[in-house]
Design a binder for this molecule. Structure first.
Ligand code: S3P
Length: 450
């Protein structure tokens, strides 16, 4: 199975030192949001540095289907002529969000309080993922949703005719659910309130304020209380998308485990809702220098100077850190395999409902590579084998999951024997230049099976 049709096996072999500058593409979360908020503003939003991965391209296509004019003007340069809050038109065909949970969940929120009907679908991975976490709170606005058993896609969403504002405490730490509720709240009169016990990525809040909505975030004993005043006129913006810290994680972690490496990854977000991996790596003894801290595209960023770190130690990752590194556990578990001692990752059951069951995918793949792991519903424990100690010599299944594919390819760059992935094509959803960027640093990647 593949994101694009035919499976593309890929193999990583023990690589020479990785050296150079790794300029990773734009942030996926911010790219989706720039297109969606742009489509809900009145007038032209201009975006630079947009991630041109398949997930984001599918969102751009969806915004067109809802009536916005979305034009690519150059590499990463996009213009969105928005139709205003409540201005979406009914799409004439099914909206296919491909592999993207963020795309489908945010777009469902964005159309939920406009009196139109839309049917959503996606690839085999997305059609397995739960949508009830979004359609349950949307029902409070008066939105109806009809999907397959277990709230699966394909699903038809009927927007509320007379939406009411809602007050909703998130039952799971999810920025997608938070964002869907806020997007729906945009076209409801009065104040919509979302309460999150644990802070999750805050790009929607930052961007809503940037587009001129009235939004406050109050830190209370219950957690963050986010209050949005409905029915604003969103003002178009110029959005400079910063680089993606979740993509940066792959060259950073590769350099930490490939002997002799010395690379710079410029402009990596230091947003506290996204930087959990980097805190963890430093605790493990990773040699990372955070240089030239500054603000880019409204986000705090730094240049990361990363050197091979042969003496990393396993750590216990605090469970409350999970939301700030939720997409980085697969690559962290690879680094953990090359560290000394145990790395314990608890409080990560959300990984089971990502593009794949990531606890299972990592556990099975690492075992095949000769690494001892333990897992339960909510936990993954990796027994490190030290620098250069991972045998490899296996093929990992990627389950249509870009981050599983990239994680095992990084592992193969430092393992004793080559590691293949059965299908690298999903990498195009989030990091289309992964192969050329990593090869440019010195990684030995080839498009074949072991
Ligand atoms: C995202 C939120 C996270 C993350 C996903 C992107 C977002 O999902 O895993 O890759 O852009 O809001 P959850 O909200 O389900 O945790």
């Amino acid at each position: 199975m593949s994101a694009t049709g035919s499976a593309q096996p890929m193999t990583a072999r023990k690589s020479g030192p990785l050296v150079g500058t790794a300029a990773v593409p734009g942030d996926k979360s911010i790219s989706h949001r720039a297109l969606i908020f742009g489509a809900m503003a009145v007038g032209e939003t201009r975006i630079s540095g947009l991630l041109e991965g398949q997930d984001v391209l599918d969102t751009a296509k969806a915004m067109q289907a809802f009536g916005a004019t979305v034009i690519r003007q150059g590499q990463g340069l996009w213009s969105v002529q928005g139709v205003g809050v409540g201005g979406f038109r009914e799409p004439s065909d099914v909206i296919d969000c491909g592999n993207s949970g963020t795309g489908v969940r945010l777009i469902m929120g964005a159309m939920a309080t406009t009196p139109i009907t839309a049917t959503f679908t996606g690839d085999a991975s997305l059609r397995k993922r739960p949508m009830g976490r979004v359609t349950d709170p949307l029902a409070l606005f008066g939105t109806q949703a009809f999907g397959r058993k277990g709230g699966r896609l394909p699903m038809t969403v009927v927007g509320a005719v007379n939406p009411v504002p809602v007050r909703y405490a998130l039952p799971v730490a999810s920025a997608q659910v938070k964002s869907a509720v806020l997007l729906a709240g945009l076209n409801a009169p009065g104040q919509t309130v979302v309460i999150e016990k644990e802070p999750t990525r805050d790009h929607s809040e930052r961007m809503l304020m940037g587009f001129g909505a009235t939004l406050t975030v109050e830190k209370t004993a219950e957690g963050n209380v986010i209050t949005l005043t409905g029915q604003p006129e969103l003002r178009p913006q110029t959005v400079a998308v910063p680089r993606d810290p979740s993509s940066a994680a792959f060259p950073v972690c590769a350099a930490l485990i490939v002997e002799g490496s010395d690379i710079v990854v410029p402009g990596v977000s230091q947003n506290l809702t996204r930087n959990g991996l980097y805190l963890t790596l430093v605790e493990m003894g990773a040699e990372i220098e955070f240089q030239d801290p500054r603000t880019e595209g409204g986000e705090p960023v730094a240049d990361l100077h990363v050197r091979f770190s042969g003496a990393m130690q396993g750590v216990e990752v605090p469970p409350e850190r999970a939301p700030s590194m939720i997409d980085e556990y697969p690559i962290l578990s690879v680094v953990a395999a090359f560290a000394t001692g145990k790395t314990v990752m608890r409080g990560i059951r959300e990984l089971r409902v990502k593009e794949s069951d990531r606890i299972d995918a990592m556990a099975r793949g690492l075992e095949a590579c000769g690494v001892t792991v333990e897992e339960d519903e909510d936990t993954l424990i990796v027994h490190g084998m030290g620098a250069g100690g991972v045998p490899g010599g296996a093929t990992a299944r990627t389950f249509i999951d870009h981050r599983i594919a990239m994680s095992f390819l990084v592992a193969g760059m430092a393992a004793r024997a080559p590691i293949s992935v059965d299908d690298a094509s999903p990498i195009l959803t989030s990091f289309p230049i992964f192969e050329s960027l990593m090869s440019g640093l010195g990684a030995a990647l080839s498009r074949d099976a072991r």
